[in-house]
Design a protein around this ligand. Structure first.
Ligand code: SAH
Length: 215
């Protein structure tokens, strides 16, 4: 796969779109979108969506709304260089690479073996170096906890307790909640071992967060 001038131009236009969205403020996000060649992941994005329903596939408008969702979740994370980040749902690996490009130390879990195998190849080809783990995101990664930030990129029916436990005090989790067609984007800040402050940021469409792994 190649990164041509045409692709670079398409990326610039995408970034212009992101800049028009006043919710996206962190300049490092625009820079990351410029550096990570999104078209390398596109096949996988389509593949990944094959198991979601048709309405989602068409309604989501893969080429436009998907990157804005990635940018918005990244904005909500308030990412700093060196942050230790847990991502649930590696999928194509695009979000993973955006986080790496922004200087995060990334751990990403995917429950579908086939997707993880493919994203591993692309991520490696692009010279990013996250820890990619085949597993069930509901359990998180207790062995590598605590995390500064946790980003869930699939629609969860509830906030998994294991993930709350694995968040540092002062840490932020961004998670879309809801079992229907749409999920409500929530940001949870862990203010003490037992207290959390939660804010809501509108609805988005994600594939569901499913239990257990799949070969
Ligand atoms: N961040 C991804 C989004 C992919 S869609 C990207 O940028 O492409 C969400 C992904 O979450 C899918 O690949 C799906 O298989 C995965 N997923 C769903 N439930 C999961 C779980 N319990 N643990 C880990 N991954 C899960």
């Amino acid at each position: 796969m190649q990164d041509t001038f045409k692709h670079k131009g398409m990326r610039k236009r995408l970034i212009e779109k992101l800049r028009e969205d006043e919710r996206i403020k962190n300049p490092a996000i625009f820079e990351a979108f410029d550096k990570v060649p999104r078209h390398f992941f596109l096949d996988l994005v389509f593949m990944e969506q094959a198991y979601s329903n048709m309405a989602f596939q068409i309604g989501a408008g893969q080429t436009i709304s998907h990157p804005i969702t990635v940018a918005f979740q990244t904005q909500l994370l308030e990412l700093k260089r060196g942050d230790k980040v847990l991502e649930i749902g590696t999928g194509s690996g695009f979000q993973t690479c955006i986080l790496c490009q922004m200087g995060a130390k990334v751990f990403s879990i995917e429950r579908q073996k086939e997707l993880l195998t493919k994203s591993k190849q692309i991520i490696g080809f692009l010279n990013f170096n996250p820890r990619l783990i085949f597993g069930d995101g509901y359990k998180g990664l207790p062995n590598f906890a605590p995390f500064d930030k946790i980003i869930v990129t699939c629609g969860a029916p509830f906030i998994p307790q294991a993930l709350l436990d694995q968040l540092k005090i002062g840490g932020i989790m961004v998670i879309p909640i809801g079992e229907g067609e749409e999920q409500l984007m929530k940001r949870v800040v862990k203010v003490s071992e037992t207290e959390y402050v939660t804010d809501e940021f509108g609805t988005f469409k994600f594939v569901p967060m499913l239990e257990r792994t799949e070969k």
